[in-house]
Design a protein around this ligand. Structure first.
Ligand code: IPM
Ligand code: MN
Length: 352
């Protein structure tokens, strides 16, 4: 999108988040110059440190403020001194829900020379995308306890699935399968044999929408079997669509078969609004400040952000440079890459 100045909100967040974000921005600067992309960065200090200092998590007016941007680039959320759930729900999920980022797009692509734990599989076998529903399911946080702390305690956590929410996600996935133009196959991943309310809605909606996409093969797999096939036959997949929790779980497995958390990037997409791009891995507190964390996932998030902003050529250039960097690196794990965080960032930036 020539001439437009992209307004980008940057949230480094916790732990190693700011370090990897810095490398992403380094690459953005170089690719921006090369392709004449105009952009403006605004940094926000949302995260565990601000919470510990001020008690502020992420309030409604701050979510409103994020709506004024064209994209958000996020490092990581999660702090060792803050109880689990507070920041994850209060910042990450609040942003995903508040900005109605109803798609969590997670490509699983093995690049050449990147080690995969799957013997006998290579880049030609591992190249698919998971479309994870991102605003419903078990993540909505409704439910409650009764008689908490007693032997009669009851805990209920609901999975909310709306026709509207399920349908818009499925449509997005069909369109993506068409746009990718590879196997032209979309697999619904669910559990229709047990979750006979939630996945009945998913399955019926999927089959109805499928009629509008006769060029795309509509396929179904149970989530447990999917885990098996990710390892045994990852080449069977092209685009996968699934609910929030299943999507969360299978994309950690997906990240591992593509070389680990150091390389896996994702996008929280609102096709009609503001999207947020992040490395999938966490804040890795024990590595903070050590300059050892792999920034390729964050750089991959920049690639996805550029694509979302309509800067396809720049996005391709970033991916090519990531691929070239992979050929030079020894491994994807922290401390074993053969290069430091900043060196990997430099390598990708120079490769542009
Ligand atoms: C992810 C993370 C989050 C999720 C956590 C941190 C809330 O695991 O982005 O996959 O469960 O969605
Ligand atoms: Mn996860």
């Amino acid at each position: 999108m020539a001439n437009k100045t992209h307004k980008i909100a940057v949230i480094g967040g916790d732990g190693t988040g700011p370090e990897v974000v810095a490398e992403g921005l380094k690459v953005l600067e170089v690719v921006g110059k090369k392709f004449g992309i105009k952009y403006e960065l605004t940094h926000f200090d949302y995260g565990g440190d601000r919470y510990l200092k001020t008690g502020k998590i992420l309030d409604d007016s701050e979510v409103e403020g994020l709506k004024k941007f064209d994209a958000i680039f996020l490092g990581a959320i999660g702090h060792p001194d803050v109880a689990p759930g507070i920041l994850e729900k209060g910042i990450l999920l609040k942003a995903r829900f508040g900005l109605d980022q109803y798609i969590n797009l997670r490509p699983v692509k093995l690049y050449e020379n990147v080690w995969t734990p799957i013997k006998d599989k290579g880049p030609e076998d591992i190249d698919f995308v998971v479309v994870r529903e991102n605003t419903e399911g078990l993540y909505v946080g409704t439910g409650g306890n009764l008689k908490k702390g007693t032997k009669d305690e009851v805990a209920i956590q609901d999975s909310i699935n709306t026709r509207k929410g399920v349908e818009r996600c499925i449509r997005y996935a069909f369109n993506l399968a068409r746009k990718r133009n590879k196997k032209k196959q979309l697999t619904l991943v669910g559990k229709t044999n047990v979750l006979t309310y939630a996945f009945d809605l998913w399955y019926r909606t999927f089959m109805e929408v499928a009629k509008e996409y006769p060029d795309i093969k509509a396929d179904y797999a149970h989530v447990d079997a999917t885990c098996m096939w990710f390892v045994k036959n990852p080449e069977w997949f092209d685009v996968i669509v699934t609910d929030n929790l299943f999507g969360d779980i299978i994309t950690d497995l997906g990240a591992m078969i593509q070389g680990g958390m150091g390389i896996a990037a994702g996008g929280n997409i609102n096709p009609e609004g503001v999207s947020m791009f992040e490395p999938i891995g966490g804040s890795a507190p024990k590595y903070t400040g050590k300059n050892v964390i792999n920034p390729l996932a964050a750089i991959g998030a920049v690639q996805m952000m550029l694509e979302n902003l309509g800067e396809e050529k720049a996005a391709h250039a970033v991916e090519r440079s990531i691929m070239a960097a992979c050929k030079k690196m020894l491994s994807m794990s922290a401390g074993k890459m053969g290069f430091s965080t900043t060196e990997v960032g430099d390598m990708v930036a120079e490769g542009i």
